[in-house]
Design a protein. Structure first.
Ligand SMILES: C[S@@+](CC[C@H](N)C(=O)[O-])C[C@H]1O[C@@H](n2cnc3c(N)ncnc32)[C@H](O)[C@@H]1O
Length: 179
């Protein structure tokens, strides 16, 4: 079955490596994990949702696309759904404000131990995401700005490093790669 995905989420997905094992926090219908795992038979994903309605929608999508083997869904707040997981390597947090993304990352930092890459797509307050990445030891390695249906979106990718480089006020606001 063909899974329709917005260009915004396809762009987010493009930053996942082949064979990814990732969590999509705030997954809503789980379209992103379903799209990725239907295009890459070696990928696996966990869709996380804090709200019952979107959680049920995610379960429905996974069943409809026949992806129960590769995509699981968990009900819980932010990164708490990764408690006890040691193999998940990437996390996506997309379609929310940057302050909420920052809150999810900071409050859930104990569950980021196995995470090598975070792909964030904040709708506003991008600076909060960059601050959280620095605080948590994720160096920004890619960023882009895109437009879809008259809306502008930013995608910010951070990879875990031993020492993060500090960012100037301008870089925090606009990113290192977006000038
Ligand atoms: C606007 S939707 C974005 C859905 C999808 N990620 C996208 O980019 O299209 C935000 C989703 O995040 C969920 N959400 C909000 N706060 C959350 C949290 N703390 N933990 C998990 N999910 C959360 C909401 O229930 C909602 O389904």
């Amino acid at each position: 079955m063909n899974i329709q995905l917005s260009e915004r989420l396809k762009t987010v997905a493009s930053f996942l490596p082949k064979g990814a094992y990732f969590a999509d926090i705030g997954s809503d219908h789980a379209y992103l994990p379903c799209y990725v795992c239907s295009h890459d038979q070696t990928a696996r994903a966990i869709a996380g949702e804090v709200n019952q309605g979107p959680y049920e929608s995610a379960k429905e999508s996974i069943k409809r696309f026949g992806l129960e083997e590769s995509v699981s869904v968990r009900l819980g707040d932010g990164l708490a759904i990764l408690e006890g997981e040691h193999d998940v390597k990437q996390t996506v947090i997309a379609g929310m404000g940057g302050s909420l993304i920052k809150q999810i990352l900071i409050e859930g930092q104990s569950n980021l131990k196995s995470i090598e890459r975070i792909i964030a797509q904040p709708n506003i307050d991008e600076r909060d995401v960059r601050r959280a990445f620095l605080q948590l030891g994720f160096q920004i390695t890619s960023e882009l700005i895109m437009e879809e249906n008259g809306h502008i979106y930013e995608v910010i990718v951070g990879d875990k490093v031993k020492n993060t480089r500090t960012l100037s006020d301008e870089e925090l606001l606009f990113g290192r790669f977006n000038f």
